[in-house]
Design a protein around this ligand. Structure first.
Ligand code: PLP
Length: 379
């Protein structure tokens, strides 16, 4: 019998990624301070020095989310895991959930509800438009048995910002809990969990937090904690069961899963940087750089997809000019300028570009690089 050789066919050595400028829908550039934090010595996830750092992380996240919710922590997994954690814990089979869909990520929320055995009542809005509060009000009147309202604050697929405060007020008037996606908004636009009385919120490390992908900050109100504690059946996912995770991220520190320690150092450093800058200053920086990019795009004759009042400063979606090969433009930007911009998703594929100005990528040098490169490539 011959022994099979599993060695890779070609020689493989250390991977050195090129130095790109990330101006797509995420991930955005990681700040050098955050990258170097990741390279510090790995600690055990139950080491007292590490668990002290976890407490700091929780209080930094409370600041970023503007909340005093005790159950605020980073989930070990990307934004999609944060999303799923909200739905698997809060939706029981047979539950009715109002889900707002004005882009790709609202569609994923519908999938989540259905996979939990719930019924999604879908409130559709045009891609590029914000969620219409009147439609949500109407859906709640028609479905008085609905228990939850779920929506995406900042739709990354279109660049539209919805009015989270008003949507939460409507949900509360109808005795519903809220699940809010802030993957693209957190750190770049105001997010006020306590003031808006959001019940469950999740985000991602890789957008306006200047951190690599792979972690999902979440926060849950006392109402959700009570709901989950009093559930009749077990949460169908072992890994995402909040009751079990509380044993590690709550007041005790028992082994649940091996936390990604170095990734958590990175998030800690990214949040320290946001805390040093000040949240309001970060929101203002995102707005300033958006205004600069917008002015330059206008001189190139490029138009926005989203109406001015609902535009996300950190995610600029624009129409591809007539007769332009959009794929070729993106290819040249990457090949000649090491500059990544985003394409359209779903129905908007081939029709729009998405320019991200998120976190460490939201800098005036990037705006200038992007405008100069785009002008050359389009001429
Ligand atoms: N929700 C929104 C609004 C997003 O933009 C994304 C990712 O881009 C996600 C959810 C999913 O996050 P992740 O890709 O980190 O799983």
């Amino acid at each position: 019998m011959t022994t099979k050789n599993f060695y890779p066919a070609k020689k493989i050595s250390t991977f050195y990624p090129p130095q790109r400028t990330l101006m797509g829908p995420g991930p955005s550039d990681t700040h050098p301070r955050v990258l170097s934090a990741m390279a510090r010595p790995t600690l055990g996830h139950l080491d007292p020095v590490f668990t002290d750092m976890m407490e700091e992380l929780k209080s930094l996240l409370r600041y970023i989310f503007q909340t005093s919710n005790l159950l605020t922590f980073p989930v070990s997994g990307p934004g999609s895991v944060g999303m799923e954690m909200c739905f698997v814990n809060m939706v029981n089979p047979g539950d009715k959930v109002i889900v707002c869909r004005n882009g790709v990520f609202g569609g994923r929320m519908i999938e989540n509800v259905q996979r939990c055995g719930g019924t999604a009542v879908v409130v559709d809005d045009k891609w590029g438009a914000p969620v219409d509060p009147q439609k949500v009000e109407d859906a709640l009147k028609q479905n008085p048995d609905a228990r939850i309202v779920a929506f995406v604050h900042a739709e990354t697929s279109t660049g539209a910002l919805s009015d989270a405060k008003t949507l939460c007020e409507i949900a509360q008037r109808h005795n519903c809990l809220t699940i809010v996606d802030t993957v693209t908004s957190l750190g770049g636009s105001p997010v006020k969990v306590d003031e808006w009385k959001i019940d469950a919120i999740y985000s991602g490390s890789q957008k306006c937090l200047s951190c690599p992908p792979g972690l999902s900050p979440v926060s849950f109100s006392e109402r959700v904690v009570e709901l989950v504690k009093n559930r009749k059946g077990k949460v169908q996912s072992w890994f995402m069961d909040l009751n079990l995770l509380l044993g590690y991220w709550g007041t005790t520190r028992t082994y649940h899963h091996t936390a990604p320690t170095n990734a958590l150092y990175a998030l800690h450093e990214a949040l320290v940087m946001l805390y040093e800058e000040g949240l309001e200053h970060s929101w203002a920086r995102h707005q300033r750089n958006h205004t600069a990019l917008k002015a330059g795009l206008q001189t190139l004759g490029i138009e926005y997809l989203v109406e001015e009042k609902s535009r996300l400063p950190q995610l600029n979606s624009v129409h591809v000019p007539e007769g332009v090969d959009e794929k070729e433009v993106r290819r040249r930007l990457l090949a000649d300028y090491d500059l990544e911009i985003g394409a359209g998703l779903g129905d908007l594929a081939g029709k729009i570009w998405r320019f991200g100005l998120m976190g460490y990528s939201s800098r005036i040098e990037n705006v200038m690089l992007c405008l100069g490169a785009l002008e050359t490539v389009l001429s």
